[in-house]
Design a binder for this molecule. Structure first.
Ligand code: ADP
Ligand code: MN
Ligand code: MN
Ligand code: MN
Ligand code: MN
Length: 359
């Protein structure tokens, strides 16, 4: 996809962004399309709302997003979570929506619906999730930002948690994203430069149940939207550059109330057995192109088999050293790829630990 340098004038834009809205607010309705890519459109509300239930349902042309056939193209947007809008500010909001078909069933690509039901059915376990979102910044030629044109930087080593010119790229985007997430009320818990130059990570969580998926998708929207302003592209590809360059993951940290209590280690170990038995089912929803990333090298495990270990970054699941020492806490599922859907991840983990929905 070609990008063109927009003739933009930030100073002039700011003058209009500060204008009074005469009581109306702008709501940006956001959803996930048939390819796992974000879409959005704006709606004026004549007054502010206090909760998401007050937001009207809306619709869009699903034949333009790969979500519906042309002869029955209406897909409905049902608001499920809202956040203060860091772009427009002034009481305007960002809204995460579920997609529903006209016959009253969830759209084929609405993975939130099932996950929300699984998590609600198991609410008593008080599942917390904390995800580590890795991503790569690309320039307009779809090459990692700041890499020599058509060439490669020096080998990995100096870049992870790096400081300084030539070691990190685009810190301005990372800083803007961090602040904007805090403004929006996203529980962003930190950020760091990654092993491959132009690759970064931020963490969201721990969040209770379905809130993790909502917040992570919102944090991705904010990231992609900010990068648009800076003229960079966000890639969630699991293995952006083949060879001796780290891939990008979405490490998923998980705990139930039982696991967090003293003696919780036995619940974590029981979870390992359950996860092992369903490795194939998990891998199926842990992101596209993940086999290229999970080579057994670069801090990944093998794609084909399940393993777990204390402090082992080469296993499918890692128990942090401190958790093993204290005998309770959480585990880290290192298998999900950076492009995986957090609704599918949290949904299948819940199902594997506690069983599916009653028929
Ligand atoms: P790593 O050492 O793997 O790089 P990070 O510090 O990047 O770990 O991320 C750890 C993640 O674990 C954070 O997103 C945090 O929210 C999450 N986390 C911490 N405690 C828990 C818990 N009890 N349950 C679930 N997630 C947790
Ligand atoms: Mn139209
Ligand atoms: Mn991390
Ligand atoms: Mn990382
Ligand atoms: Mn991790």
């Amino acid at each position: 996809m070609a990008t063109s340098k927009l003739v933009s004038n930030t100073q002039t834009l700011l003058k209009y962004m500060a204008l009074e809205q005469k009581g109306s607010i702008m709501a940006e309705y956001i959803w996930i399309d048939g390819t796992g890519t974000l879409r959005c459109k704006s709606k004026t509300l004549t007054k502010a709302v206090k909760s998401v239930d007050e937001l009207p349902e809306w619709n869009f042309d699903g034949s333009s997003t790969g979500q519906a056939p042309g002869d029955n193209s209406d897909v409905y947007l049902r608001p499920v979570a809202m956040y203060p809008d860091p772009f427009r500010q002034h009481g305007n909001i960002l809204v995460i929506c579920e997609c529903w078909d006209s016959d009253g069933t969830p759209n084929k690509f609405n993975h939130r619906h099932e996950a929300a039901r699984l998590l609600a059915a198991n609410a008593s376990h008080k599942l917390w999730f904390g995800l580590e979102q890795e991503y790569t910044l690309y320039d307009e030629h779809n090459w990692p930002y700041g890499w020599p044109k058509g060439g490669f930087p020096g080998p990995q080593g100096p870049y992870y948690c790096g400081v300084g010119t030539g070691r990190v790229m685009c810190r301005d985007i990372v800083e803007a994203h961090y602040k904007a997430c805090l403004y929006a009320g996203i529980q962003i818990s930190g950020t760091n430069a990654e092993v491959m130059p132009a690759q970064w990570e931020y963490q969201v969580g721990p969040c209770l149940g379905i809130e993790l998926g909502d917040q992570l998708w919102m944090s991705r929207f904010i990231l992609v939207r900010i990068a648009e302003e800076f003229g960079a592209k966000i890639s969630f590809a699991p293995k952006p550059i083949p060879g001796d360059w780290n891939g990008a993951g979405l490490h998923t940290n998980v705990s139930s109330e039982e696991m967090r209590q003293p003696g919780g280690m036995k619940h974590i170990e029981a979870a390992m057995k359950k996860l092992e038995a369903r490795h194939v089912e998990h891998i199926a929803v842990y992101g596209e192109g993940n086999a290229d990333r999970m080579t057994g090298k670069h801090e990944t495990a093998s794609y084909d088999s399940f393993s777990w270990g204390v402090a082992n970054r080469g296993s499918s699941v890692r128990i942090p050293r401190a958790v093993a020492r204290e005998g309770c806490g959480y585990f880290e599922d290192r298998r999900p790829a950076s492009n995986a859907d957090p609704y599918q991840i949290t949904g299948i983990i819940t199902e594997t630990l506690y069983g599916g929905l009653p028929a």
